[in-house]
Design a protein around this ligand. Structure first.
Ligand code: CA
Length: 235
């Protein structure tokens, strides 16, 4: 990918300045808007590679902007919000955001989240060109045709639920998935609840992370959900 082009949607001037200065230091190209309406127009006309979106805008709620964009776009959206409540993060993620930052955040944190999301776009476009019958992330390999999971040379034996969980996380690698999204995708609506999901996740992690040199494939977002980290070039 050439220099990524990022749309920054933030009505708070000092924060906007912090974000754009950070982007400049890394050579990212960017455009800024301050309202929801303008952000949708610019997203349509400029086709950014990624959007950094403040949830509290003067004219629209950020969650509604995400919903509108997701009707036609799958560009990564990183939500930046002063709201620290889990509920807001969850709503934004469920609407289709990839990740979130809670204000105040550090420049390093912002850059790390950007790298994760940008890597996801690259990864997804690579994957289309590659064989879709398997998934590889570091030394983790899922062979979809055979239904087998490997860490390096060693096969990992998973229960059907653990396998489904791993496949779901792999499908959305780099993206934070909420508890409700996972429950809905894997078991339909009400078969299991969040405590049950925690148990499945704990046994899955034990199996894949103990065997692997990579100690953390799956990141826990307390009160929100989980993300599979992409074993990466630059982190
Ligand atoms: Ca704001």
């Amino acid at each position: 990918m050439n220099k990524p082009f990022i749309l920054v949607v933030e009505d708070d001037k000092p924060i906007r300045k912090l974000i754009t200065t950070t982007l400049e230091t890394q050579g990212y190209k960017y455009h800024t808007t301050e309202t929801g309406e303008a952000s949708i127009l610019e997203a349509v006309s400029r086709r950014p590679d990624l959007m950094i979106l403040d949830l509290g805008l003067p004219d629209m709620d950020g969650v509604d902007i995400i919903k509108k964009l997701r009707e036609w776009s799958n560009m990564p959206i990183i939500v930046v919000s002063a709201r620290s409540e889990d509920r807001d993060k969850i709503d934004a993620l469920d609407a289709g955001a990839d990740d979130y930052l809670t204000k105040p955040f550090s420049v390093e944190e912002l850059l790390a989240r950007l790298r994760v999301s940008l890597r996801r776009i690259r990864f997804n476009s690579d994957k289309i060109l590659k064989d879709a019958s398997s998934f590889t992330n570091g030394n983790l390999k899922i062979d979809y045709a055979a239904g087998c999971v490997w860490i390096g040379e060693k096969e990992v034996h998973l229960t059907p639920s653990e396998y489904k969980l791993l496949c779901l996380l792999a499908k959305h690698v780099g993206k934070v998935l909420t508890h409700n999204f996972i429950l809905h995708e894997i078991w339909g609506s009400h078969a299991y609840d969040i405590p049950a999901l925690r148990v499945f996740m704990a046994t899955l992690r034990k199996k894949i992370e103990k065997t692997s040199l990579q100690s953390k494939f799956i990141q826990t977002h307390i009160g929100v959900g989980y993300r599979m980290l992409q074993v990466g070039e630059d982190t």
